[in-house]
Write a protein of this length. Structure first.
Length: 316
């Protein structure tokens, strides 16, 4: 009996020890671009700010390519340069470029291996979260192999997990770099490093959306109503989804109030935070819709401004 009990313990222990480390490390991705979007709105970016911000924070999802985040930061800076080289927009884009990306396996996330379009991003790369394995990257790649050293460098990052904006090391799991520092770590920055953002902190704040343009505007009235109805149809479809619903890889959706992306045939959910919900919204300056974290009242107002009736999901 004693031998049998010992054998059972050994058999139970073996598969437990053999299990790979699969803990997912994530964040409220919509928080990462709130400060940039506020600066964009203040600079007069109007209806173009929110779609750029939504597209950018989507690149922090685990399914994104290693250079998607840098490309998004380039787009943020491209737009800043059309608004008199707005310094705040450029600063927050630089910080966004260094925000850790989600890790599906609690391993470090690979670095982009190409140069950015804008010189303001030269030498910048993302920090890692503290829970990420500093010696192994997603896919089981050991440090020193392709993708584990930032573009332009010839040695691993030291300290491991650090970035120019936070040179002391990785940042706490799920936190936002912009809430830790407003100094992007490049020359010429006048922001205060390693200080709290204070009252303007993005945590718990809605993702800003531009004020809707009246449907009577001749330049966009032809597509406003259809945009509103399309958003309603999407929201009605989203209402029937759950985390187990089948999906197409790379597609974004709202699932039970969370922002979601389909990865390997299954939805990966990203919380919008305690006070926000995910919703499809109509674009106001071109045909189409966007998916973002916002308040229910803001989403309903945005849809109603297009002339569509029936609230968030339409009369049907």
């Amino acid at each position: 009996m004693e031998y049998l009990a010992l054998l059972i313990l050994v058999l139970v222990a073996i598969p437990i020890q053999a299990l790979p480390l699969t803990k997912r490390i994530a964040q409220v991705i919509s928080d990462s671009t709130v400060q940039w979007e506020k600066a964009c709105d203040a600079a007069g970016g109007s209806t173009q700010c929110n779609p750029i911000a939504v597209s950018a924070f989507s690149t922090l999802l685990a399914a994104a390519g290693p250079c998607d985040q840098q490309n998004a930061a380039d787009t943020m800076i491209d737009f800043a340069k059309t608004l008199n080289n707005n310094a705040d927009m450029i600063k927050f884009a630089q910080i966004f470029a260094q925000q850790p990306r989600n890790s599906p396996t609690s391993q470090s996330v690979p670095y982009c291996q190409s140069a950015p379009r804008n010189a303001e991003l030269n030498g910048l790369f993302q920090c890692q979260f503290q829970g990420d394995n500093p010696t192994t990257f997603v896919g089981g790649t050991p440090v020193g192999q392709s993708g584990t050293i930032p573009f332009g460098k010839n040695a691993p990052v030291s300290p491991a997990g650090s970035c120019p904006a936070n040179p002391s090391g990785p940042i706490p799991d799920g936190s936002q770099l912009v809430d830790i520092t407003q100094n992007p770590g490049v020359g010429g920055s006048s922001a205060v490093a390693n200080g709290s953002v204070g009252p303007s902190s993005s945590i718990g704040q809605p993702v800003a959306v531009a004020s809707p343009t009246p449907a009577s505007n001749a330049s966009n009235g032809s597509f406003l109503l259809s945009n509103g109805q399309a958003a309603q149809q999407l929201n009605a479809q989203f209402a029937s989804l759950n985390a187990s619903s089948p999906c197409t890889d790379g597609k974004n959706a709202c699932v039970q109030g969370s922002f979601a992306q389909c990865v390997s045939g299954a939805f990966v959910l990203e919380s919008c935070g305690a006070t926000l919900t995910c919703a499809a919204l109509p674009l106001v300056n071109s045909p189409g819709t966007s998916i973002t974290c916002t308040t229910l009242s803001e989403a309903e107002a945005r849809i109603a401004a297009t002339g569509a009736t029936g609230g968030l999901t339409g009369p049907g």
